[in-house]
Design a protein around this ligand. Structure first.
Ligand code: ADP
Ligand code: ZN
Length: 214
């Protein structure tokens, strides 16, 4: 089972991907996480994309397609969850070709629909555990009063460099200009399902489960 989670920044793709990883033996492939990891480890590519990402713009197709290809050809899993990829039509075509080449198929594309105001509120309130990546939100899922991560007990939390209002505006613009056409693309291919991304985390997870088990 290979699945794409599609939706604007802040739609909750990463949160839902983590739930699917826990529940099914699937592997999450987040190009955003891969690019941030490249930055932290100080690779040449990481340095090259840092400013682009902080501004909220997309990095080149060539870079992210290369990252995904590397994973698809080396990682064994019962299925992949593509989170934050593809983000352009060229990336979508490349993914189709890569899956075909490795004898796999795409089983579902789930669009997580949320309204723009909710996105801004969510993202500017977001932080993550520095150790395990558990996602918190100042309003809906605050860091526990004892300052310890619910998942791993870690005590360091961080905010992303691009989770500020200016970068977010740019990320939304990129989404509507370059990524939202993928909704029509996958609808036409017959792969698209839509889930309401505005509910509680568990409700959204339930809706995704229903789609996957159908
Ligand atoms: P979000 O979905 O919250 O915007 P991500 O962690 O998926 O965050 O991505 C963060 C940034 O990484 C993007 O704004 C972009 O600069 C870069 N990025 C991630 N995935 C891609 C991709 N598939 N194509 C181009 N750029 C990407
Ligand atoms: Zn943690």
């Amino acid at each position: 089972m290979n699945l794409i989670l599609l939706g604007p920044p802040g739609a909750g793709k990463g949160t839902q991907a983590r739930i699917l990883v826990d529940e099914r033996n699937m592997v999450q492939l987040s190009t955003g996480d891969m690019l941030r990891a490249a930055q932290s480890s100080g690779t040449e590519m990481g340095k090259r994309v840092a400013d682009v990402m902080a501004r909220g713009e997309l990095v080149t197709d060539e870079i992210v397609i290369g990252l995904i290809e590397e994973q698809l050809t080396t990682v064994k899993a019962d299925g992949f969850i593509f989170d934050g990829f593809p983000r352009t039509l060229a990336q979508a075509d490349a993914l189709g070709a890569l899956l075909a080449k490795t004898g796999q198929s795409l089983d579902a594309v789930i669009e997580m629909r949320v309204d723009d105001e909710a996105l801004v509120a969510r993202i500017t309130a977001r932080s993550t555990c520095g150790d395990c990546g558990e996602v918190y939100n100042d309003i809906t899922k605050p860091i526990p009063a004892d300052g310890k991560c619910v998942n791993c007990g870690g005590t360091e939390f961080k905010r992303r460099a691009d989770d500020n209002e200016d970068s977010l505006k740019q990320r939304l613009m990129e989404y509507y200009k370059k990524t939202s056409p993928l909704i029509g693309y996958y609808y036409a291919k017959g792969d698209l399902s839509v889930v309401d991304g505005l509910g509680e985390i568990d409700e959204v997870a339930g809706a995704i489960r229903t789609v996957l088990d159908a």
